[in-house]
Design a protein around this ligand. Structure first.
Ligand code: C2E
Ligand code: CA
Ligand code: CA
Length: 524
């Protein structure tokens, strides 16, 4: 896996994780909101029920208070008629009963009993609501089939009357599906259970419940529903939410992966390219003009970008120099030169390969160690590496001096590159221990032309001779230029007239072909 791919994978995993976070957060949020909605709904149901229960009890109390007046004379016909009328009018009541002061049930809303039945008082007075109404939990009587809550009213002269309320009726206001199939509702009065609806409530952890008091009678209603009920809609939408979240996540991941490729700085890309072996070296033959032999080459880097194709050095060298990535790039290049040209250099001791250095190489002595190591590794002489330094590189006096001295100590030679294109060439040339001066192709190009600068090449050559520097002419494109340079004693030359920069194998072939004895001399 290449570094670029590795980073993309890392980014993708990170992005996927990050993309999942909002999805999870949003699911958690919508879940919380669903629970909250469920709680609100349960609260509403409890309030609705409490309201209803309050009304039923209020009506019971009112009814009994009305009947108390008729009951003052015991079980009269009037009382029976009144009881019957009230029971018929109020669907909330199953019936009404009169119990005499000696605790015998004597008449009901159905009529007078043949034989009064002893009862044990209002059995459980659980709420003395203003001493008017007392209740018993649901009981079954012979006269009023089905369980009834008895709301009893004590009569002043003793005994009591009571209405019997079917417990279910308290939940009459509850829509069937208000709390889901597992929902429950319980009416309690003074802490005692008066009526219940639904099976036993689920354990507290799985339950949403709400309690609302009725305004009278110390009565409250607790409604509860399961969490599952509250989350039913959320669950139903989970697939949709998840799918939407997933899509959003995928989009984010795609964007992140895309960005991973772009977000990395150009310097990172160069480092990746180095690791991913995307650089290659091309070799431009260098010709000994006087002997007409190929004596080596200048190593020129190329970047075979997986997407952009072959990137010329002009586009990336400046940045590689600025960021210092040029140092590891050059280290790689020298080792690559060793691998590709090792055999040739070992065979031809006089041959050399020129390596370009950048200002970044002069901040420390690393390049010297790199050169030494590369030469050792390839089994070649360090002097077979020639270093080209541009004027731009020769600014930091002390650093340059030490590096150039170090390279010289290895036995390598140093050339000043692009001579004449900078501003202070002359000032520097004398300062450093240089071996070659490279006439820039700009000057070579004017040779033989009518340009005002056409004489400069000659002047530079003269100057180099004065300084005791050998000359390499670059950018030689024509035979006329070649002849001109040769006649003026220029040592080496390179340019399209001889060859463009070539891949390693092509250069090796060129070297052999160029240096092969001419056919005429071959026989002898
Ligand atoms: P340079 O060192 O002056 O290299 C010579 C440039 O001139 C090369 O361009 C070469 O292909 C081109 N050239 C060669 N013969 C002719 C010719 O006859 N006519 C014309 N018009 N051009 C010719 P390239 O390879 O594109 O390199 C451009 C620059 O990139 C180099 O200029 C050098 O400054 C830099 N460079 C290339 N490789 C490296 C490297 O490994 N390290 C460093 N630090 N810089 C490098
Ligand atoms: Ca060069
Ligand atoms: Ca040059």
């Amino acid at each position: 896996m290449t570094r670029r791919t590795t980073r993309r994978v890392f980014f993708a995993v990170g992005a996927a994780f990050l993309a999942l976070l909002p999805v999870v957060a949003s699911l958690a949020f919508t879940r919380g909101a669903a629970i909250h909605r469920g709680e609100t709904r349960v609260g509403q149901v409890a309030a609705q029920l409490a309201d209803h229960v309050g009304q039923v009890l209020w009506t019971a109390e009112g009814t009994l208070a009305d009947l108390a007046w008729f009951a003052r004379a015991g079980c009269s016909d009037t009382l029976i008629l009144e009881m019957r009328a009230k029971a018929a009018a109020l669907y909330a009541f199953r019936g009404i009963a009169y119990v005499s002061p000696d605790n015998r049930l004597e008449c009901t809303s159905f009529g007078k009993l043949q034989r009064p039945i002893p009862v044990h008082g209002p059995p459980t007075v659980i709420v003395p609501a203003g001493s008017l109404v007392a209740f018993t939990p649901p009981i079954e009587t012979d006269f009023f089939p089905g369980l009834s809550i008895v709301a009893g009213h004590r009569l002043r002269h003793g005994g009591w009357i009571g209405v019997l309320i079917p417990p279910d009726l308290l939940f009459g206001a509850l829509p069937a599906d208000a709390l889901g199939t597992d929902g429950t509702a319980v009416v309690t009065m003074a802490g005692q259970r008066l009526a219940g609806h639904g099976d036993a409530p689920p354990p507290a952890t799985e339950r949403l419940s709400a309690t609302r008091e009725t305004s009278l009678f110390e009565t409250s209603v607790t409604a509860s529903a399961t969490r599952a009920w509250a989350l039913a809609d959320w669950r139903r939408n989970l697939m949709l939410n998840g799918a939407l979240g997933g899509l959003a996540g995928l989009a984010l991941v795609a964007a992140a992966v895309h960005l991973a490729g772009r977000r990395s700085s150009f310097a990172d890309e160069l480092t990746d390219a180095l690791e991913d072996q995307e650089f290659e070296v091309h070799y431009q033959p260098v010709i000994d003009l006087q002997r007409d032999r190929c004596v080596g080459a200048e190593a020129l880097i190329r970047w075979r970008h997986p997407v952009r194709g072959l990137v010329p050095p002009d586009l990336f060298i400046a940045l590689a120099e600025e960021t210092g990535v040029i140092v590891p790039i050059t280290r790689w290049l020298m080792r690559e030169v060793g691998k590709e040209m090792g055999a040739l250099l070992r065979e031809h001791a006089e041959a050399h390969i020129a390596v370009n250095l950048a200002p970044a190489h002069f901040v420390d002595l690393e390049v010297i160690a790199d050169a030494k190591h590369a030469a050792e590794e390839a089994g070649i002489e360090p002097r077979q590496l020639l270093f080209e330094v541009t004027e731009r590189g020769l600014v930091d006096d002390e650093g340059c001096q030490r590096v150039i001295d170090g390279l010289a100590a290895l036995g390598s030679e140093v050339a000043i590159d692009d001579f004449g294109t900078g501003y202070s060439s002359l000032a520097y040339v004398g300062k450093f221990r240089l071996d070659y001066l490279k006439i820039d192709k700009a000057f070579v190009a004017t040779i033989g032309t009518a340009a005002a600068s056409s004489g400069l090449a000659a002047i530079i050559i003269e100057m180099a001779n004065q300084l005791g520097l050998r000359i390499i002419a670059e950018g030689v494109e024509t035979e006329a230029q070649m002849i001109y340079l040769r006649e003026r004693g220029v040592a080496l030359a390179q340019g399209w007239h001889f060859s463009k920069p070539l891949p390693a194998a092509d250069f090796l072939a060129f070297f052999r072909r160029y240096n092969a004895p001419p056919p005429a001399a071959a026989g002898g």
